[in-house]
Design a protein around this ligand. Structure first.
Ligand SMILES: Nc1ncnc2c1ncn2[C@@H]1O[C@H](COP(=O)(O)OP(=O)(O)OP(=O)(O)O)[C@@H](O)[C@H]1O
Length: 492
């Protein structure tokens, strides 16, 4: 709530109503504020704070969600919110039946003009993160959706790739958006499911919302942090209810005729090894990442390989000039390993003539290669501080050589994004990228892991759990970026 500087000049309506048994003037301003006197002047901003309204007899109840430090005592508590947001209610009685009808019509008309979602499909992963999604939904999300009169169908994901199956089949006409109460993994599955549809062009425009309930909540952290809000379910829900949208770049990762789509990150080397191999220490909780990072730095691995990329304007100084080789996209001869289903319909990646672009290349060995689409990789790792949701580029964070002590300090600076300032780190934006991963320098019989959005994309020979099947093989793969292809619900 805010105290307006001057009395509102233009009204949608201004009327005498009863608030808390006291007759007072309530004004609905043309710029969407409800202003009234109750001990002092009070104000609710409809677009920002009002979730919806309900009627009860001759009473109109306005339901709002207000920042705790802005909440005043004039609004009756309507239940607890999450974090620093509180639910509030303004209950008032117009003095005549005609005035009651007019208030309802004007409020409904204004709320309808805001383009907020009316019906959502909610996918909830009961096993994500600390298995808190069902509780988060019941306590923090559902009450706000009910206050806002947003209808929803709730579906729990029952197994890996279930969210992708749902997104492939969902009746788009039934919903205004899909919301994931999960970590980033379910969001990535939804994006892949939508893009595999025959009607992918319209499907991928369906807005996607995120409520943090996983181990990695990088996407929703990036969204909320961009407007200075905490990464909490209540703020994430409010962003969805208010219906603001922003577009999001989608990266296509291809290897011969196989494709997979990513919206968050791809890692090879140190970060991938920490992310994937630390699952051995799951019993430690979130401390497993720090513990295993320390182990990996003490026993540092370097990988042979080469990266080639098309730099964004201003980043052309990195690497050596190269030309695109048609061989990069050519089919590989040995098809001994498991293949993923080839996507023959649906989105096939951006229409870019790669051979016409200016390529650069850097040869290994490498300690770490990390590609990031949004700033935050998790709630505590600001992987790519300059990353933008829809600039059409993906941020590349590459480390070739770095002393162990410096690496340790780089890792500790990652919570604020300070690592990219180090002279050991190459930090640039790329439009297209080719990774040619090789073996470890200390042991050529052992190769590495390629991690995409927290899941293993490829495991090389002798890598951790190398007997397990993966989506792609540990060899050359290509990444291209499609600007703003997907749409997210966003706080602004
Ligand atoms: N019922 C289920 N049982 C097992 N796995 C599931 C289930 N539902 C979804 N999954 C899988 O769990 C994976 C991770 O889910 P999610 O995105 O919620 O969390 P995360 O933060 O990415 O990872 P974590 O599992 O470490 O919390 C997804 O790839 C999804 O396929």
């Amino acid at each position: 709530m805010e105290l307006p500087d001057s009395p509102p000049a233009v009204h949608i309506m201004s009327d005498w109503v009863r608030v808390n048994c006291i007759v007072t003037q309530l004004t609905f301003t043309a710029d969407g504020k409800l202003v009234w006197m109750e001990a002092s002047q009070r104000c609710l901003r409809i677009e920002k704070e009002v979730l919806g309204f309900a009627t009860e007899g001759s009473c109109i109840r306005i339901r709002a969600a207000v920042d705790f430090d802005e909440a005043g005592c004039c609004l009756r508590p309507g239940g607890g919110g999450g974090g620093c947001m509180v639910r509030r209610e303004l209950a008032f009685e117009p003095l005549s039946a005609d005035s009651f009808t007019l208030w309802c019509q004007n409020l409904r008309g204004y709320l309808d003009s805001l383009g907020r979602p009316k019906k959502l499909l909610i996918l909830l992963n009961p096993f994500g993160g600390k298995r808190s999604a069902p509780k988060v939904f019941e306590k923090e999300v559902k009450p706000l959706l009910e206050d806002a009169a947003v209808k929803f169908d709730l579906q729990e994901t029952g197994y890996q790739l279930h969210a992708k199956e749902i997104a492939r089949k969902v009746d788009l006409a039934k919903y205004d958006g899909i919301v994931c109460v999960s970590g980033d993994g379910v969001l990535v599955e939804v994006v892949n499911g939508l893009l595999e549809r025959d009607d992918w062009k319209s499907a991928i425009k369906l807005p996607l919302g995120m409520i943090p309930a996983g181990t990695g909540n990088g996407m929703v952290k990036s969204l909320l942090d961009s407007v200075g809000q905490p990464c909490k379910a209540s703020y994430a829900t409010l962003a969805i209810i208010r219906g603001h949208k922003r577009s999001l770049d989608v990266a296509t990762i291809s290897q011969e005729d196989k494709k997979i789509f990513s919206v968050l990150m791809l890692a090879w080397g140190l970060i991938a090894d920490i992310d994937i191999e630390s699952e051995k220490y799951r019993w430690m909780g979130s401390a497993r990442i720090d513990f295993y990072a320390l182990q990996r730095i003490l026993h540092l691995r370097r990988y042979e390989g080469r990266i080639s990329f098309v730099p964004a304007p201003g980043y052309e100084r990195h690497g050596q000039p190269a030309s695109y080789s048609a061989e990069w996209a050519a089919p590989y001869q040995d098809h001994g390993e498991k293949q993923v289903d080839v996507i023959s319909s649906g989105y096939q990646g951006p229409n870019i003539k790669l051979e016409e672009l200016s390529w650069r290349t850097i040869d290994g060995p490498f300690i770490s290669i990390w590609l990031h689409n949004v700033p935050w990789g998790s709630e505590s790792a600001m992987a790519a501080p300059n990353a933008k949701f829809s600039d059409g580029y993906i941020d590349l964070i590459a480390i070739r050589d770095c002393p162990r002590v410096s690496l340790l300090s780089l890792i500790t600076e990652m919570d604020k994004g300070g690592h990219v300032k180090s002279h050991h780190v190459k930090y640039l934006k790329v439009k297209a990228f080719v990774l040619e991963p090789g073996a470890r320098t200390d042991n050529p019989t052992k190769e590495g892991i390629i991690d995409i959005d927290g899941e293993v994309l490829a495991r090389g020979k002798g890598a951790y759990k190398s007997e397990q099947e993966t989506l792609m093989a540990y060899r050359r793969l290509q990444i291209t970026v499609d600007r703003g292809l997907a749409t997210l619900y966003s706080p602004q």
